[in-house]
Design a protein around this ligand. Structure first.
Ligand code: PHE
Length: 461
């Protein structure tokens, strides 16, 4: 049981107070809009069981090994991803240009934060609507009208987006201990309680088993190349991988803690949360005779309608959107952290750094907002997608998997094996070998195959 006895050299940003705080922070990063908003709706769009199965396979074979790689790189370097990659590249005797990989991740984070904040802003708006009882006994047209009304109104969206971004900057600016740590310590337990309340509620709808069948009955005929790409991209998004968020958090992790056990814990909790969120949402959808394939509006149309027509819907509906908001908040802070940590290492103060990333991605977010109204026309489309759709696709399905391949290659092929082993100190040889094969071969090949398959280079696109 001897973990490394190296003296604890903290990063300049400090160290998480306990092992559990690292787990809480990383799980807080992982559990977010991805689990509650995105996972149910893409599962609906791509047909249920088979999609869920591919996603689970990606988490296991690609996600977890890459998470181990990210934590290991971050902790060894004790620095923000941009510096970490450069530093470990130098240590491994290869070009410092690997630091560019840190830049790519940090840039992906900036892009993601811009639209993440917009969606989280919708959740803020819905907390208010729910509390006001807007949807009580409402029919489909009222609920759809409310959502379309929001999308058509850039000012309201901008106000909510601004508020959420300010909340994010506030936490990040306070630093690792006083900001991130304080936030996750109370928000994560709250999240779990809220989820179980909703789950219990879903079980009373009488349609629980229908939800179970929808998510777990596998029909491979529904699986397309696009579905596989989306499932893989989602495994990165939901685990916060491929852009350095987990790497940044790993830099503050104690050397006494096992990287493998931590990654497994985070992966299991995140996956469990997504599946439970699905099991909380789909029965409510079915109880109202609604369709699960509603797309991004699933959470904002189908659910409010359901809550509006169920007993105690005002209360549980409000609970639900508060849950979404908290989950998004603890994720957004981790999306900003790689940039902020890098800037602080460059000598900038944290508030300035947090404001720079916050304000710039807030500005970019305006274009996502406008892509639902003023700029929704075809003349503004990029490859047939609106600005928001294009940005989501580019980051989730391209940049994160690409970052993932390079991180895997870095940990598997570039870093010296002795250093890697020392950092991991795995108890089980078999687990170590499985991880090593995964980062060197399985994950890179699988990711590249899925990307090429999607673009029609191999197989029928
Ligand atoms: N994992 C978060 C979610 O599921 C999103 C995220 C992506 C966070 C990338 C950090 C980095 O909502």
């Amino acid at each position: 049981m001897s973990r490394s006895h190296l003296p604890e050299a903290p990063s300049i940003h400090g160290i998480w107070a306990t092992r559990w705080v690292f787990i809480l922070a990383a799980v807080g990063s992982a559990i977010g809009l991805g689990n509650i908003w995105k996972f149910p709706y893409i599962t609906g769009v791509y047909g249920g069981g088979a999609f869920v199965l591919v996603y689970l396979a990606c988490v296991l074979a690609i996600g977890l090994p890459i998470m181990v790689a990210e934590i290991l790189i971050g902790r060894r370097a004790r620095a923000a991803p941009i510096h970490a990659m450069g530093k470990l590249a130098a240590e491994s005797g290869v070009s410092r240009r690997w630091g560019l990989l840190g830049w790519m991740g940090t840039l992906a984070g900036f892009l993601i934060l811009s639209f993440y904040s917009m969606i989280a802003g919708w959740a803020i708006y819905y907390v208010v609507l729910m509390m006001k009882g807007t949807f009580t006994a409402a029919d489909g047209s009222v609920v759809e009208g409310a959502f379309n009304g929001l999308l058509a109104d850039p000012y309201t969206m901008l106000a909510c987006h601004s508020l959420f971004m300010a909340m994010t900057i506030f936490i990040v600016a306070r630093g690792v201990q006083r900001g991130l740590e304080h936030a996750v310590r109370w928000m994560m337990p709250a999240l779990v309680v809220l989820l179980f309340v909703l789950l219990g509620y879903a079980m009373t709808t009488g349609h629980f088993m229908q939800g179970v069948h929808f998510m777990f009955d596998v029909d491979f005929s529904k699986l397309t190349a696009q579905a596989v790409l989306v499932a893989m991209g989602h495994s990165f998004f939901t685990l916060s991988l491929g852009m350095g968020a987990i790497m940044a958090y790993g830099a503050y992790m104690s050397r006494q803690q096992s990287v493998g056990v931590a990654a497994l814990t985070i992966g299991v909790l995140d996956t469990a949360f997504a599946l439970l969120a699905g099991l909380a949402i789909f029965p409510i959808v079915f109880a109202n005779g609604l369709e699960p394939a509603a797309g991004p509006g699933l959470m904002f149309v189908t659910l409010p309608l359901a809550f509006g027509n169920l007993p105690f819907g005002v209360f549980f509906g409000t609970v639900f959107f508060v849950l979404v908001l908290i989950a998004a908040w603890t994720s957004a802070i981790s999306i900003a952290e790689p940039f902020v940590a890098w800037a602080v290492e460059k000598g900038m103060n944290r508030l300035t750094a947090a404001s720079i990333i916050g304000v710039t991605s807030w500005f970019l977010g305006i274009f996502s907002i406008l892509s639902f109204n003023w700029m929704s026309g075809d003349e503004y489309k990029i490859f047939g997608k609106t600005f928001f759709d294009a940005l989501d696709f580019l980051t989730t399905n391209i940049l994160l998997p690409l970052g993932g391949v390079l991180i895997a290659v870095f940990a598997g092929w570039v870093m010296k094996e002795t250093k890697v082993m020392k950092e991991l100190e795995m108890q089980s040889q078999a687990v170590y070998i499985a991880w090593r094969v995964a980062v060197r071969i399985v994950a890179p090949l699988a990711i590249i195959a899925v990307l090429l398959g999607f673009f029609g280079v191999i197989g029928g696109g």
